[in-house]
Design a protein around this ligand. Structure first.
Ligand code: IPD
Length: 274
């Protein structure tokens, strides 16, 4: 690849993410000033904004022509367009609700796409010092050690993550509750931990067998998609076809066989695309 040097981009990305992690660590156990976005449980803090600003500034110094889709920039009115250009997709604090409560399950999620393919995925929980990384075709790692999705294929033996989301409209709440009750007595266990990216990292590292969500955004899932796939798992659409990163719905699992047992149990939710 000539126009996109994955090693060069990865080096800058990793250093920037580590440095941004220091901003999160510094603020983590302090009282936060919290603002709401789309509803009372869709939160943003100064730290979300500071991390995104720092990351974009650092990346622009190194790659002035690259493009960005950042959660807080989009919230502030910037476009959310995914083109063939090199694009960095950033969630500065995924699990903002957890961050606000100092529940140590928040992370930075960063992906780099070229021609719409995800070439780099990084998910970093600075509080627990967990750095998940992947480069396309080169495997997935936790703190530099290779990780693998579990080998579980049976629904009844699977630990499944079903998020509650950050939207309190009636339709979304009904869908979340329907899906949880449809799975409740069919799986081994259900969890909801409040960070889409770390949920995907859990599937990639074999701690959970499946995670699905209606309502996630591209910045929640872009890095995790590569990390799960590079760890041997699958990320697909909740109707079973190929994943569309902008569609706001996704299921990832240790195997397609497992995902396809869960999909028929889910009640779809119609959502506006990113
Ligand atoms: C949220 C978290 C949460 C998921 C929501 C996301 P944020 O991201 O990942 O687990 O259920 O859909 O929006 O707002 O904390 O970056």
């Amino acid at each position: 690849m000539t126009e996109f040097d994955v090693e060069e981009v990865f080096t800058v990305a990793l250093k920037a993410v580590k440095d941004a992690g220091e901003i999160i660590k510094e603020a983590f156990y302090k009282k936060k000033a919290v603002l709401t976005k789309s509803c009372a449980v869709d939160l943003v803090t100064e730290t979300d904004q500071a991390v995104e600003k720092m990351l974009i500034g650092r990346i622009k110094e190194n790659f002035p022509n690259h493009l960005f889709i950042g959660e807080e920039s989009v919230a502030a009115g910037e476009k959310c367009d995914l083109t063939d250009e090199t694009t960095w997709i950033i969630d500065p604090v995924d699990g903002t609700m957890n961050f606000v409560h100092s529940f140590p399950h928040s992370c930075i999620s960063l992906a780099v796409l070229y021609h719409k393919d995800i070439h780099i995925g990084i998910i970093y929980n600075p509080i627990l010092d967990q750095m998940f990384t992947a480069k396309l075709g080169q495997g997935a790692f936790l703190n530099d050690k290779p990780i693998q999705a579990s080998e579980e294929t049976e629904l009844g033996k699977s630990l499944v993550i079903a998020e509650c989301g950050t939207n309190w409209d009636l339709q979304t709440m009904e869908s979340v509750l329907k899906n949880i009750s449809a799975l409740m007595n069919k799986v081994h266990g259900l969890r909801a931990m409040g960070s889409a990216a770390l949920n995907m990292a859990s599937v990639a590292s074999g701690g959970a067998d499946c995670y699905f969500q209606y309502g996630s955004h591209v910045w929640d899932i872009a890095a995790g998609t590569l990390i799960v796939r590079e760890a041997g798992g699958v990320c697909i659409d909740t109707e079973g076809g190929p994943l569309d990163l902008m569609s706001r719905r996704m299921i990832c699992a240790s195997s397609e066989k497992l995902a396809l047992q869960i999909i028929p149990l889910l009640t779809p939710l119609k959502l506006e695309r990113d």
